[in-house]
Design a protein around this ligand. Structure first.
Ligand SMILES: [Zn+2]
Length: 241
């Protein structure tokens, strides 16, 4: 992966997409290319990718995007460990997902927690297998300007910060339309542009409407345009130092 591009900058937007919406992600690859944006796709149920989806994911990786792991069956880490133990969590939920991605040719060095459900013990466990993890802040905080402090990780802390907080930028789910106010997210991007470091955001599918969590193409483009206006590069997890 292109590590040099990150070293030239000390600030970035980490835009990430979760679950298994490979066809939708591939469809917006030209949008990413137009903004010179590289993003991260955290894939769950990798064993259920069909041949076309595996090829699309390969193409996205070849374009410079990062492919990460999001679990085998999208289990909440903390609940699964509480119910079955840490060993079973790794054996049933994490290692098979990692092996499945690696069989497809993706090293998957990062992991995003399903539903952002994590604690320090699951962090310790997963950091034996992954270089970086993505957690989350409550989605309702995205309108709060003070979110910038929590979401932005300063550049000096990046080498030691192995768990990055992310904030949802999804537009809705089914008939539910999420709060349109992204004041906190925009504040974090401005702050990252001004002071350096990284801000991590996450979405799922990319569609104008759909049953599962999704961001509209219009909102996605608005975020990419804002980062571009702020001269904030959009890079994948694998490009972090
Ligand atoms: Zn998910």
């Amino acid at each position: 992966m292109n590590e040099g591009s990150y070293r030239r900058v000390d600030r970035a937007l980490l835009l990430t997409f979760d679950d298994r919406h490979v066809r939708e992600w591939a469809a917006v690859a030209p949008l990413f290319a137009r903004y010179g944006a590289r993003v991260t796709f955290f894939v769950c149920e990798p064993d259920r990718l069909d041949g076309d989806e595996a090829r699309m994911l390969r193409r996205l990786a070849d374009d410079g995007h990062t492919i990460g792991c999001h679990g085998m069956r999208h289990e909440r880490a903390t609940d699964f460990v509480a119910a079955h133990g840490a060993g079973a969590y790794l054996d049933r939920e994490v290692v098979p997902a990692l092996e499945s991605l690696r069989r497809l040719g993706f090293p998957a060095r990062g992991f995003a927690y399903p539903c952002s459900a994590r604690d320090e013990s699951t962090d310790r466990l997963l950091l034996t297998l992954f270089e970086r993890l993505r957690g989350g802040v409550p989605a309702e905080r995205r309108a709060d300007p003070s979110l910038a402090d929590e979401l932005r990780v300063p550049a000096a802390e990046l080498p030691s910060r192995r768990v990055l907080p992310g904030c949802s930028v999804d537009s809705g789910r089914g008939a539910v339309v999420f709060d349109d106010d992204l004041t906190g997210v925009e504040a974090a991007l401005r702050r990252t542009s001004d002071e350096g470091g990284v801000t991590t955001l996450y979405a799922h599918g990319v569609a104008d409407a759909q049953e599962t969590n999704h961001i509209t193409p219009a909102r996605l483009e608005k975020l990419l345009a804002l980062a571009d206006d702020l001269s904030l590069p959009c890079v994948g997890f694998d490009e972090l130092p």
